[in-house]
Design a protein around this ligand. Structure first.
Ligand code: AMP
Length: 457
């Protein structure tokens, strides 16, 4: 099956896929769509970037009856970022049908407005298990009309201890439902989860989607006290506009971020202890290129939708080979060349040996002396982020902000980057050279006829 047409999709879906630029199904779509469209349960091993969202999104939307005002599909995700991303993708796919309402229900924001939105009706719910469970308990969410249930990044939901909450949510759905399970890794607990909740599922596995040779991977052996120096040397050498550094603990993330900042790098740390507001701010700054280095734990980095990172660094080897593969899969996407570097102290030797034995080949080691001789060259962020103390709830739209900047101010539209709107604030990226002028302009001007507080984020 090599085309969407042969899958028997509706003509409106085909037109929509065409509009989205999806010329051909990806590997996981080729394998998962036929059984999923036929209503069967599917267990699929697929990574972020493989096209997995459309692999469950297309069947779910094809099956949906917009005229029936009831929740017909439920997608459970481990994190709010992933849920937002999935909801966005589903809305795009749902343009094939009229008036499909997709609602996200995640923790970290107040529950009141969600209850309001639910009372207006929704066809598809995307959310995190904890908050969905809260709604069920409050009686604000009924799942007795759900015919498609998706567990996205199921391995991560298990890692985060959601198994029993997921079980109790599933118990609220009809047993005749279709259950689609997606997971990046394939450990035994995932098989158990599948056995618990699925009926004769179709197994779908696709190899990680890396074009051959697109990731160049190197290992360096360092002394424990050389970690920061080695990372600074790698950043100086590769000069990546964006890079992701993996640490094992939150504490390591914060320490390393602080040390890189002291050297002058635009580094930020991302881990589970950040509150939602700081997390949003960090993700925005990384995605809009006003922060160039993100230091993260595995869990926190999950669901990050950053395309083609030029450099991924493991500050130390990952806990196991599967996690390693997942980490380095964040670079070299979509045919672009990426670098993945792993730093190891002698104490980490066994982890590298395990990786080698699983791969059946030796890893390549770089020359540490040569790396350490690299002169320090900072990576200057291309953009700076302005934070406006007003957002969606005050009916601010991206066009209003863009207008306020480019209007009389003479700031060229090309100097304005990503605009990210949240309920009560808005972030706008501006090319570094124009940033001061943009700030002054917004401070003295008005957005939507009102004065708005602005600062550098
Ligand atoms: P995902 O793995 O679901 O996060 O998807 C990764 C990216 O691939 C998203 O930006 C999708 O919009 C895109 N995508 C999904 N399916 C296709 C396809 N058949 N052709 C082209 N792009 C696709």
């Amino acid at each position: 099956m090599s085309s969407f047409k042969e899958l028997g999709l509706s003509s409106s879906m085909l037109t929509n896929l065409d509009r989205l630029g999806f010329a051909q199904p990806t590997g996981v779509q080729v394998k998962a769509l036929p059984p999923a469209l036929a209503g069967k349960d599917v267990i699929a091993m697929a990574q972020t970037g493989s096209g997995k969202t459309a692999a469950f999104g297309i069947p779910l939307i094809e099956r949906l009856q917009p005229k029936r005002f009831a929740v017909q599909a439920l997608v459970l995700c481990p994190t709010r970022e992933l849920a937002d991303q999935v909801a966005k993708a589903l809305r795009e796919l749902a343009r094939a049908k009229e008036n499909v309402k997709v609602l996200t229900l995640c923790g970290g924001v107040s529950i009141g407005p969600q209850i309001g939105s639910l009372s207006h009706g929704a066809h598809i719910i995307v959310g995190t298990p904890g908050r969905i469970d809260d709604h069920i308990r409050k009686g604000t969410l009924a799942l007795d009309n759900v015919n498609t249930l998706v567990l996205d990044e199921a391995d991560r939901m298990l890692d985060m201890g959601f198994e029993e909450v997921v079980a109790s949510i599933l118990a609220q759905t009809p047993s005749s439902r279709q259950t689609l399970l997606f997971s990046a890794t394939w450990p035994a607990p995932i098989r158990t989860l599948s056995e618990r909740f699925q009926v004769n599922p179709e197994d779908v596995r696709v190899e990680a989607q890396h074009a051959e040779g697109s990731i160049s991977e190197l290992f360096y052996e360092i002394a424990p006290n050389q970690q920061v120096e080695a990372i600074a040397a790698l950043l100086s050498r590769y000069q990546p506009a964006s890079s992701l550094i993996f640490c094992t603990t939150k504490r390591d993330c914060d320490d390393l971020t602080g040390q890189l900042q002291e050297l002058g790098f635009a580094a930020l740390s991302l881990h589970g202890d950040l509150d939602q507001k700081d997390r949003d701010g960090t993700l925005v700054k990384f995605a809009n290129q006003s922060c160039t280095v993100l230091v993260a734990t595995d869990v926190a980095a999950r669901g990050l939708d950053i395309k083609a990172l030029p450099l991924v660094i493991n500050a130390e080897p990952a806990r196991d080979p599967e996690v390693h593969t997942h980490r380095i899969g964040r670079t070299g996407r979509a045919g672009e060349q990426g670098h993945a570097v792993t730093l190891c102290t002698p104490r980490h030797g066994h982890k590298v040996s395990r990786l080698e034995s699983i791969r059946g080949s030796a890893v390549e080691w770089g020359d540490t002396g040569d790396l350490m001789a690299e002169p320090l060259r900072l990576v200057r962020p291309a953009m700076k982020t302005l934070c406006l103390a007003s957002g969606r709830k005050e009916k601010v739209r991206p066009g209003d902000v863009l207008g306020a900047l480019t209007g009389d101010a003479g700031i060229p539209g090309t100097a304005v980057g990503k605009i990210d709107l949240f309920d009560f604030q808005c972030f706008v990226a501006v090319q570094a050279a124009w940033a001061d002028r943009a700030l002054a302009r917004l401070e003295s001007g008005k957005v939507k006829g009102r004065k708005i507080r602005v600062r550098f984020a």
